[in-house]
Design a protein around this ligand. Structure first.
Ligand code: ADE
Length: 489
């Protein structure tokens, strides 16, 4: 990897980078450092590179032209074919961290622009800079030390720079944890013994001990980092305290669909990545408000697990349309018998009109998406010609899709069921003419079985006034949450 540093003090940078691990990586040809003296590019006959700021103010500014020409000399020699990434070191930039180091280590070349005096003419920054980066909230006399800090942290993520290929990954900040404490000989020093687990030779125990220590010191010393550590695991631990109320969130995380945005002692917020739906639970209004600060401005739909959270969403995001639901969970593991007179098969995009005619909560685009995924299933019945004619009179031919255009003994679709994109079983509908024949039950048993086969927990959300559905869930052995879920959009 090649680093170009545009600076007024090339010797300072080169000396700093030529020693120890980075120096050796340089000798091996894994890294190379090219310090470009900005002063070499000035057109001023006295060698000046700075001038007074327009509009007045303290100090001098570095001029645009020498920096621009220094950059051009580097850009012309760049052979990678990729657009050059140019980093300007400034306390106004995004704060550098391990994630940024890891990401920048993927580049073949990086250019660092080190400012001095009171700053740099903004126009050259606008012209050439791709990233503005700070190494922390304090002001240095120039960008050189900051560039060296960044180059050090980036270099050690470049393969081959460190001896042990692993050590770049296992240290502090990996997965938002600080590194565990380490010990070397002697076994006892000034009365302090090395923890006995490290002397026992049981690697599994050593690993467990180290993880525990890492978690403990991160929680104590860096609560800001700890907040981001193992978000899914910590979210699940919280949500499982009331699994009937939270099964939609739990399943979203378990099925790998959730971006866990924040976990607090008094609440959790996640975002379903397939639909963008936010799901939130909180113990107090204040906790809910804090969790909502993690929500982007594009938020459309929220599933709130408390009424006061729903009120906060309404006020904050100017939403007003609310649906209240009861959540029921199939907590058993046994599958149902699938003996039924209905033939159950996935519906396809060809069935869009049929499904759209009876399911109003989705737009046609959304219905298409679930149909394309094979997430909606229809129950089909054989129908005699008389029944078929009567059915057509009552329901209109266009509402009934049959496999053979309505000839004798055609297969007609009695109803359908599906899995919502965010995870719940739903979209249940049975045509009037086909009710009281067990179609809903057959469909739901079928989908519960398919859900269990994936290792998932089936759950449904029902409008409290839908008594037929409530009765069906009870019959199938679902357990109801005592609290409601509030959908707001
Ligand atoms: N230049 C001056 N202060 C700086 C900082 N904190 N980070 C990066 N560059 C700087």
């Amino acid at each position: 990897m090649r680093f170009h540093i545009l600076t007024l003090f090339p010797e300072m940078v080169l000396q700093g980078l030529a020693t120890s691990i980075l120096g050796r990586a340089c000798e091996k040809g894994i890294l190379s450092f090219d310090a470009v003296n900005i002063r070499d590019f000035t057109q001023d006959k006295h060698g000046r590179v700075d001038d007074y700021p327009y509009g007045g103010g303290a100090g001098m500014l570095m001029q645009a032209q020498p920096i621009y020409d220094a950059w051009r000399s580097v850009a012309h020699g760049c052979t990678s074919g990729r657009p050059l990434r140019v980093i300007y070191l400034t306390p106004q930039g995004k704060v550098f961290d391990q994630k940024m180091a890891r990401e920048m280590a993927q580049e073949e070349e990086l250019v660092f622009v080190c400012g001095h005096y009171e700053g740099v003419d903004e126009r050259v920054l606008e012209e050439i800079v791709t990233d503005r980066v700070s190494i922390g909230d304090y002001v240095l006399t120039g960008g050189e030390l900051a560039a060296m800090v960044m180059i050090d942290a980036i270099s050690r993520m470049v393969p081959g720079v460190l001896n042990n290929a692993q050590s770049g990954e296992t240290e502090s900040f990996h997965e938002n944890l600080l590194e565990y404490p380490q010990y070397t000989r002697p076994e006892v020093w000034r009365g302090r013994a090395v923890p006995s687990v490290l002397l026992g030779g049981d690697h599994a125990k050593v690993d467990a001990w180290r993880l525990e220590r890492s978690v403990e010191r991160t929680r104590r010393w860096r609560p800001d980092l700890y907040e981001r550590y193992d978000l899914p695991g910590r979210a699940l631990a919280y949500l499982l305290r009331d699994r009937l109320l939270h099964m939609d969130m739990i399943e979203n995380i378990r099925r790998g669909q959730a971006e866990v945005l924040a976990v607090r002692e008094d609440g959790v917020i996640i975002r379903d990545v397939t639909t963008g739906i936010y799901m939130i639970t909180a113990e107090t209004k204040d906790a809910g408000e804090r969790l909502l600060s993690f929500v982007g401005t594009q938020a459309e739909v929220f599933a709130c697990h408390q009424d006061f959270v729903m009120e906060s969403v309404a006020a904050r995001f100017q939403k007003s349309y609310v649906n209240e639901c009861l959540q029921a969970v199939y907590t058993r593991k046994q599958k149902f018998s699938e003996e039924t007179p209905f033939l159950i098969r996935p519906l396809t995009e060809e069935d869009l009109e049929l499904v759209a005619a009876h399911y109003e909560l989705y737009t046609k685009e959304k219905l298409c998406a679930v149909l394309r995924k094979g997430a909606v299933f229809g129950a089909f019945l054989r129908q005699s010609v008389d029944e078929c004619m009567k059915d057509r009179e009552e329901n209109g031919a266009d509402k009934i899709r049959s496999d053979d255009g309505g000839k004798i003994d055609s297969l007609i679709c009695a109803g359908f069921i599906g899995t919502h994109e965010e995870g719940g079983i739903g979209l249940l509908y049975v045509r009037k003419a086909c009710r009281r024949q067990g179609a809903a039950e057959a469909l739901e048993k079928f989908l519960i079985n398919r859900t269990l086969e994936k290792g998932w927990t089936p759950y449904v959300q029902i409008f409290p006034e839908n008594e037929a559905s409530l009765r069906l869930q009870e019959k199938l052995g679902f357990r109801f949450s005592r609290k409601k879920i509030y959908w707001i959009s």
